[in-house]
Design a protein. Structure first.
Length: 560
């Protein structure tokens, strides 16, 4: 979207454009929040900032600017998030036979025959199963079966699991339920409402990515999944990705919509459930008693995250936890990128979705390093490369940017990636390529650190950022936390700070190691410790120094 055109369309006028950072243009208008004439908008990025700090001081990106003007946000940038592997789905070759048997079975669930006809539901004589066809733009994309003899489901192999009922939606608002029969039930209650069902229960959210562009059209999305613990957990995850600003949680009077229909819950009661749907910003102040049951399981012992793949680092940090972010630092040539590639590959092997941004290396080069680290081979075969993509490719994404990136665009791409693809971990290498206003660098980086911290919490992910030490340091000298380049807010607000340092020849002889990873900050647990590694050139991997090697090193030190 063109930012100038958007502002003009909102009736915003400005007398002149002033020079911003790196040749960008800014305007000054009256603040939509406090009314003071000190509201700066970057016309290239959409970033805004009210300079009336005592009374207002609001700031944000173009996405939030549109919300500030009361609009449904649209993107200022095209999506540059790319997957390295995309599954080739096949169109189902199924003949949907319409017989009275489908209507007879569904009538026991109180579904009328005209609804069955409307959704083109069929019946398979061979397997004695209901056929639920999933259409998009009148094309069959997915087929699901439900046995009439027992509660057993299966699907057509390699078909795209989109939402059920997409072609029957004509409204600007949408209800999402957990099963096809629930979808039919809502349609029977409210024929003019747009309603769809998830294809595979609440544990698989592949449909979000596959239906992303279609879902973007809706102003409000009501999440009416099953009224149980699994449904409640899924609702929060789905709302994170579809956008909490437009999502509402529906609580049915019984377990699900069809159970309501079977038990005679009237239309007025069902409509009340939708009217009373809870938004995700309804209660910002809570009593401590609301956390009583939650804290029984969420204590410090259970505050463990996904394994780092490094035994000693797991002992120190207890894994990578969501809602946190880590700063990585180290001199040039210290092995930071290699170390991070190792972390990425370990996360991929643990079925975590990763998104990487390298502002120094082209994606092709970065992939080459990842595959070398994955295979343990400097020269790998085509078969081994295929194994990498087949095994973990569907969980690996890249932001297709190089050189430098604006903060607003970075946050927008990260939001797109986590909402559309369900990213668990982000890797940004490195912060030197992120553009900040040099006139107010310290405050800009403070705001960036706050934004990253809020992003990790809001989207339940972990963010890794590489920040180089200040220039002028001797490469052999081990940097300290205060040597990290940029504002002190970056390390102050980060949850973890880890230094990767290549040892000098003298240090190698004393430690029997090639490199050290020093945990400089560990907000959750407090333990600060050095971990020593040997680097194996042929496999491009760091391996923890063995106990035998440490004992030998101690003997040498003692003999010295």
């Amino acid at each position: 979207m063109d930012i100038r055109r958007y502002l003009s369309g909102k009736g915003v006028t400005w007398k002149r454009e002033i020079s911003g950072k790196q040749g960008t243009k800014e305007i000054i208008i009256n603040c939509p929040n406090c009314g003071k004439p000190r509201f700066y908008i970057n016309l290239d990025t959409g970033m805004y900032d009210c300079k009336h700090m005592n009374n207002c001081g609001i700031s944000g990106n173009f996405y939030k600017l549109q919300q500030l003007f009361g609009d449904r946000p649209q993107r200022a940038y095209e999506s540059n998030v790319q997957s390295v592997s995309y599954k080739n789905y096949k169109k189902p070759k199924v003949e949907i036979k319409k017989t009275d048997k489908a209507a007879e079975f569904l009538s026991k669930r109180m579904i009328k025959s005209e609804i069955v006809e409307q959704y083109k539901i069929g019946f398979d004589e061979k397997s004695q199963a209901i056929i639920f066809p999933y259409y998009r733009d009148k094309k069959l994309e997915f087929v699901k079966y439900r046995s009439v003899k027992e509660k057993k489901f299966w699907r057509e192999k390699d078909a795209a699991p989109i939402l059920f009922g997409m072609d029957n939606v004509e409204s600007h608002n949408l209800i999402i339920v957990e099963g096809e029969i629930d979808c039919l039930s809502i349609k029977q209650y409210f024929n003019d409402m747009g309603v769809v069902s998830v294809p595979s229960g609440v544990s698989d959210n592949t449909w979000i990515e596959l239906c992303w562009e279609w879902l973007e059209q809706f102003d409000k999305i009501y999440l009416g999944l099953d009224n149980d613990e699994a449904g409640a957990d899924a609702i929060n995850k789905i709302a994170h990705r579809l956008g909490k600003w437009r999502c509402y949680e529906v609580k049915w009077s019984m377990k699900d919509a069809n159970e309501c229909l079977i038990n005679g819950v009237d239309r007025r009661t069902m409509f009340d459930c939708i009217l009373k749907a809870r938004d995700f910003y309804h209660n910002k102040i809570k009593s401590s008693l609301e956390y009583k049951d939650e804290m029984k399981s969420d204590n410090r012992v259970s505050r463990k995250g996904a394994s780092t793949g490094i035994r000693q680092l797991d002992n120190i940090l207890r894994g990578w936890r969501s809602k946190e972010w880590t700063v990585w630092t180290g001199n040039n040539g210290s092995g930071k990128t290699t170390f991070l590639n190792q972390v990425v590959n370990n996360n991929l092997k643990n079925d975590r979705k990763q998104c990487m941004l390298s502002l120094e290396l082209p994606i092709r080069n970065l992939l080459n390093w990842l595959i070398m680290n994955y295979t343990g081979l400097e020269i790998y075969s085509d078969m081994q490369s295929d194994d990498f993509f087949d095994s973990v490719g569907n969980n690996l994404y890249f932001m297709n940017k190089s050189g430098h990136i604006e903060v607003a665009e970075l946050l927008e791409l990260m939001e797109t990636a986590v909402r559309k693809y369900g990213i668990d971990d982000f890797f940004i290498d490195n912060m030197a390529g992120i553009s900040f206003d040099e006139r107010n660098m310290n405050d800009e980086q403070r705001k960036f650190a706050i934004s990253i911290d809020a992003f990790a919490k809001d989207y339940d992910c972990h963010v890794h950022i590489v920040i180089h030490p200040r220039k002028g340091l001797n490469d052999e000298r081990r940097p300290d936390k205060v040597d990290v380049m940029g504002s002190g807010h970056l390390t102050n607000l980060a949850w973890n700070v880890i230094l990767v340092h290549r040892l000098s020849e003298k240090e190698k002889k004393k430690t029997y190691a090639d490199a050290v990873a020093e945990v400089m900050k560990n907000r959750e647990w407090g333990t600060l410790e050095d971990i020593y590694f040997n680097f194996y050139e042929e496999s491009k991997r760091f391996v923890e120094t063995t106990l035998d090697e440490k004992i030998e090193a101690c003997r040498d030190i003692f003999n010295d």
